[in-house]
Design a protein around this ligand. Structure first.
Ligand code: GLC
Length: 778
């Protein structure tokens, strides 16, 4: 069943029914101001930090669902009937609502047709502004003139989201909001002395800044007393719950149209707020800003575009996957509809991985992020697990993998940019002293090399990538971290070679070889690699495990990625993963699921079988298997795995899948769950960046290397070819791959601007900013 469709031309996802199985949302704003908006107007906004600078409230996991949001009520003053322009919160029959929601790049537009009035409400955050604009269009389809009262509505958060939910005896006595002219000010004191403002185009017929006054007692947003009566209370909030509501009177002649704008934002003081309000409540100016925003997005996406025989892949790679990558880069796992913005901050490992999805568009932002992350590392080489963007404060629970991800992100960055200079950047450690980024990376490797257990493998410590194989005791060892260590050591050895640190390179390669030997000696279980050794030295992820967890996916895929497995073992362990973990909706993270909590493996057993790490289909881990399959040259399998979790390919199964078909979710329930196939935790997930990498660098095989761009596809045999347009180091490549012999991989010839080249690295013809590349497989 479908709730909408992709409009390829406008790069929008168009939702045609408001009652989607979960709220289907969009993220507006790319820098400091962020607005989450659902397909029925729900959501909230924050500025820089979702915990410390929350602008509007949101009631997570509450009923009615997905409230509050950014609402405009329309009240026909002749009949007294009213509804909201976003379907929620007044709702009404879903099918008969004339409803359409278009989620676009940086904007969301919701259209409704009720009682012969068409309303369209477009939300967006203009580039480089700390505010959001709502552009409201009205059309009167009736042959008679109509008189409407419009009521806008937002509920302010008292800035600090934790305090806002905790200590009401205090917080509800500090709030303050007021109205001056057409601008409502949120004046609750806050550490950064920011002022919230909410303004509109027209002169007001009334206003409210106090929730109880506007909504009335024992009511909710679906039937505010003020709207019902068509009369604002002109309330001035002094304690209690501050809101912003403008009351505007609008008369529409038969067939007439009208546009109005509302602007909500933060400013240093009232006069700055007033200046912004004046500019962004002019509908003509606002329309221009919206066009600028769209053009900016198109420009960014243009850095990498593909045409392949698979339309769903094209939709994702050309638009939605790239779009999601930017969002995960911005907010890691902190603020979504499933992460409240107060518990989880910017995760060190997550943020490093998220950089991979942005490199081809904004390497400068990635560089800044890498250096920022390095400053969260300790001189011993380990790092904070996560930190809040504003305070930069984090926690040091002791994960065994976090610091190694910094090597991976730096290596990817250098392959994209050739900017070896980053290695010489001096960065302070979180505890004491400072060092070059290169020395930070060496410290990361050194930390894991020394922190080993009885098999000589890195200690698991609190946990590794799998957050829920945790707290298992100080002697547990992680086979996966051992593999990742091999990978990171080789990556760093390659970087060391590039900056003439040959001795380091040799040492690093030696360390990787030694660790690989240990893994192959103690962790090969006959057909696959075990996942870890528990406190007592027993293998986890082994055929010996009778209580669950006989095989885990990651130690199979990473055995290949890290080059720890020889070809024979690589084939065997990936085949074992396929036989034991593959489902209709992708590869499970492990199987069988644990039935109960077992302290020797940690929290994983607390999830119901099939959910999350306990036998769920982790969309983040699937692309590693895709990459591994391409490394073995099995293009049909790689693409099959890729498609099983491809959001656009699941558009027709929304009743099973439930989350947005235009973005990745963290996981699908595995086949041991009664809800097999149900996705959870959409948007903020490492799945975005890794699926992008798997598709573009490994399936399509256009891979940045230190020496330049290489092309080495591994595609389904039935594909006749594909095209990729790729900007790289300031140049533009038009790459056409042909597959006349129906193979998966193997480059027979490469022509650049009509001339055959012998190396796999694409040169750039002198003096030219663009070149055409023809690759023939065979
Ligand atoms: C979530 C976390 C990520 C972790 C993964 C597996 O996606 O954000 O950091 O690696 O779960 O536990």
């Amino acid at each position: 069943m479908e709730f909408g469709y992709f409009n390829k031309g406008t790069r929008e996802y168009v939702i045609t029914r408001p009652d989607t199985p979960t709220p289907w949302i969009n993220y507006l704003g790319q820098k400091e101001y962020c607005a989450l908006v659902s397909n029925t107007g729900g959501g909230y906004s924050f500025f820089r930090d979702p915990r410390e600078r929350r602008i509007t409230r949101y009631r997570y996991n509450s009923l009615p669902a997905d409230r509050p949001g950014r609402y405009v009520y329309l009240r026909d003053n002749r009949t007294g009937r009213y509804w909201s322009a976003t379907w929620q919160p007044t709702c009404g029959a879903a099918a008969a609502s004339g409803y359409e929601c278009r989620h676009g790049l940086g904007y969301t537009a919701i259209r409704l047709e009720r009682e012969r009035i068409v309303s369209s409400l477009t939300y967006f955050v203009p580039a480089h502004e700390n505010l959001e604009v709502w552009l409201l269009g009205l059309v009167n389809l009736a042959p008679v003139a109509r008189q409407f009262s419009l009521f806008s509505y937002v509920e302010f958060c008292l800035w600090q989201a934790v305090m806002d939910m905790q200590d009401f005896q205090y917080s509800l006595n500090i709030s303050r909001a007021d109205c001056l002219g057409s601008t409502i000010y949120h004046l609750t004191p806050n550490p950064s002395a920011a002022v919230g403002f909410f303004s509109t185009t027209d002169t007001l017929a009334g206003f409210d800044t106090d929730r109880e006054a506007f909504i009335g007692n024992y009511r909710d947003e679906s039937a505010p007393a003020a709207v019902e009566e068509g009369r604002s209370r002109n309330s001035r909030n002094r304690g209690g719950n501050p809101i912003g509501s403008h009351h505007l009177k609008v008369t529409l002649a038969p067939g007439a149209q009208r546009q109005l704008a509302f602007v909500l934002g933060v400013a240093a003081d009232k006069s700055e707020a007033q200046a912004k309000a004046r500019r962004f409540t002019r509908p003509d100016f606002v329309r221009l800003e919206l066009e600028r925003l769209k053009a900016g997005w198109l420009d960014k996406l243009g850095n990498l575009q593909v045409e392949t025989p698979d339309g769903d892949l094209d939709l994702m790679i050309n638009t939605w996957n790239q779009y999601q990558c930017r969002t995960t880069f911005n907010w890691a796992r902190s603020a979504s509809y499933y992460e409240s913005g107060i518990g989880r901050a910017i995760g060190f490992r997550d943020a490093n991985q998220d950089t991979l999805g942005l490199l081809h568009v904004d390497a400068a932002a990635v560089k800044a992020r890498i250096l920022d992350l390095a400053a969260n590392q300790f001189s011993a080489g380990d790092s904070f697990h996560q930190y809040f963007p504003l305070t930069k404060k984090g926690d040091r629970r002791g994960y065994s993998d976090d610091h190694l991800w910094l090597v991976l992100s730096t290596a990817y960055y250098i392959r994209e940019t050739a900017d070896l200079g980053i290695l010489a950047s001096r960065v302070a450690f979180a505890d004491r002293g400072s060092a070059t980024l290169y020395d930070h990376l060496l410290a990361a490797i050194r930390f894991s090399a020394r922190d080993t257990g009885r098999h000589g493998l890195p200690l698991l410590r609190y946990a590794d990538w799998n957050d829920c194989l945790n707290n298992t005791g100080s002697a547990s060892e992680s086979v996966w971290v051992a593999q990742f260590f091999c990978y990171a050591s080789r990556e760093l050895a390659a970087l060391a070679g590039l900056i003439n640190r040959q001795a380091d390179a040799r040492r690093l390669l030696g360390a990787a070889r030694c660790m690989a030997r240990r893994i192959n000696r103690c962790a090969w279980d006959g057909n696959w690699y075990v996942r870890m050794f528990d406190q007592r030295g027993r293998p986890v992820g082994s055929k010996k495990c009778r209580q669950g967890g006989a095989i885990y996916l990651n130690t199979q895929s990473w055995a290949v990625l890290s080059a720890v497995a020889d070809r024979q073992r690589a084939l065997r362990c990936l085949d074992a993963a396929r036989h034991r973990l593959l489902t209709r909706y992708g590869l499970k993270l492990m199987a069988p699921a644990y039935r109960a909590f077992d302290p020797s493996v940690g929290a994983i057993g607390t999830f119901s079988p099939g959910l999350k790490e306990n036998g769920g289909i982790f969309c983040h881990a699937n692309p590693w298997a895709v990459i591994a399959e391409t490394m073995l040259g099995r293009g049909d399998l790689a693409f099959d795995y890729y498609r099983r979790i491809l959001p656009a390919a699941l558009n027709g199964q929304a009743e099973v899948h439930k989350t947005e078909p235009y973005v990745y979710s963290q996981f699908f329930a595995g086949d041991e769950s009664p809800e097999f196939g149900r996705a959870r935790n959409s948007w903020l997930t490492g799945s975005a960046a890794w699926n992008f990498v798997a598709a573009t660098c490994y399936i399509l095989g256009v891979r940045p290397q230190a020496a330049g761009l290489t092309v080495d596809p591994c595609i389904p045999r039935r594909w006749k070819g594909f095209i990729m347009q790729r900007s790289f180091r300031g140049r533009r490549y038009h790459i056409e791959v042909r597959n006349p012999s129906a193979v998966s991989h193997g480059v027979q010839s490469i022509e650049v601007d009509g001339r055959k080249i012998r190396t796999p690295v694409l040169p750039l013809v002198k003096g030219s900013k663009a070149c055409s590349v023809k690759v023939t497989l065979g």
